[in-house]
Ligand binder design. Structure first.
Ligand code: ASP
Length: 321
């Protein structure tokens, strides 16, 4: 009896050791995460304190995503959590801090895509959802639809018990000021994240308040799968920022994947070509990561809030070149 017990316990120790080894070897595989906080005319003479706030916030967001991937979490969780963090931060034009519409309120758009199976979900023109990106994920996971808008999206949110806020929760003095002066400067901005996890899965997420002074009901590229967001394990994951109408017309995010798939372009060639050929100077940029872990950040504006980290120790946050 004793020897049977001994044999059994040795067997279980062996099994549990080999399980943890396979876990360790999985965790040694590579991951990449890239985020953006939007493109635009970003003045290099911005006060140091403001610059520091942007850099710190992006570093915080990137750390959240990096930890998830490092601990063996999925790219889908990483992109959602990073975007949620940026939505809650009033510095960026998404969630709290969203720009104002022409009637002085806020309408938010977001989408998320899982590169494993092309599952995707999006919401547009929501006015009271604290974190549109999480509602977009619920659309993906709990409905048979891809995009819910306005009241329909909000009543789905109620059913899902997501957090609701009054529309003026999104107010910030800085955006109000920009809205009053919107003729003098064109404000762009959006947040997004793309990631490759240690299992080789790609995901992308984008969330925005849209363009300042937009017509009520206007929907940009951010919640449009294939325009502002795309992810396919066979090619790449993409999140865009810029003048949404252009990104919709040229199906920017999907076009990059298509050039890779059908024309054998590298990620860099595809992304640079689309931004160069399709997006007029000053109107946009994007972040993308491919299935092999190559990533690109490309834009034709004066700057782009962005950060990138990977399993080889890269951790970089930038605003300008
Ligand atoms: N692409 C967003 C939109 O058109 C705005 C932006 O990225 O600046 O709604």
């Amino acid at each position: 009896m004793k020897s049977i017990l001994l044999l059994l316990s040795t067997f279980f120790i062996f099994i549990s050791e080999s399980l943890s080894q396979s876990n360790t070897s999985q965790q040694a595989q590579k991951f990449v995460i890239v985020l953006h906080g939007g493109v635009g005319t970003i003045s290099k003479s911005m006060p140091d304190s403001l610059k520091a706030q942007y850099l710190n916030s992006m570093a915080e967001a990137l750390t959240i995503g990096k930890k998830i991937l490092q601990q063996g979490g999925t790219s889908l969780d990483a992109v959602e959590k990073v975007v949620r963090y940026l939505e809650d931060d009033p510095m960026f034009n998404a969630g709290k801090g969203a720009v104002y519409t022409a009637d002085g309120s806020h309408e938010l758009d977001a989408s998320i895509m899982d590169g494993r199976n092309l599952s995707c979900g999006a919401v547009a023109s929501v006015r009271n959802i604290k974190n549109p990106i999480s509602l977009a994920r619920l659309v993906m996971e709990k409905t048979s639809h891809v995009l819910l808008v306005g009241d329909g999206a909000e009543s789905f949110g109620k059913k899902m018990n997501v957090e609701f806020v009054p529309n003026n929760y999104f107010d910030t003095p800085r955006r109000y000021e920009q809205w009053l002066n919107f003729n003098k400067q064109e404000i762009k901005g959006t947040v997004g994240c793309v990631a490759l996890d240690i299992y080789g899965n790609l995901a992308a997420a984008t969330s925005t308040g849209g363009m300042v002074n937009k017509m009520p009901g206007r929907v940009g590229d951010s919640p449009i799968i294939g325009a502002g967001t795309y992810a396919d394990n066979q090619t790449c994951a993409v999140s865009c920022s810029g003048k949404g109408e252009l990104f919709i017309k040229h199906s920017v995010a999907y076009s990059i994947a298509a050039l890779m798939k059908y024309k054998n372009y590298s990620l860099k060639e595809a992304a640079n070509e689309i931004i160069r050929e399709k997006i007029t100077q000053g109107d946009g940029g994007l972040i993308a990561v491919d299935k092999d872990g190559n990533y690109i950040i490309t834009y034709n504006t004066s700057g782009m809030f962005r950060g990138a980290a990977n399993s080889s120790g890269l951790f970089e946050i930038k605003i300008w070149e």
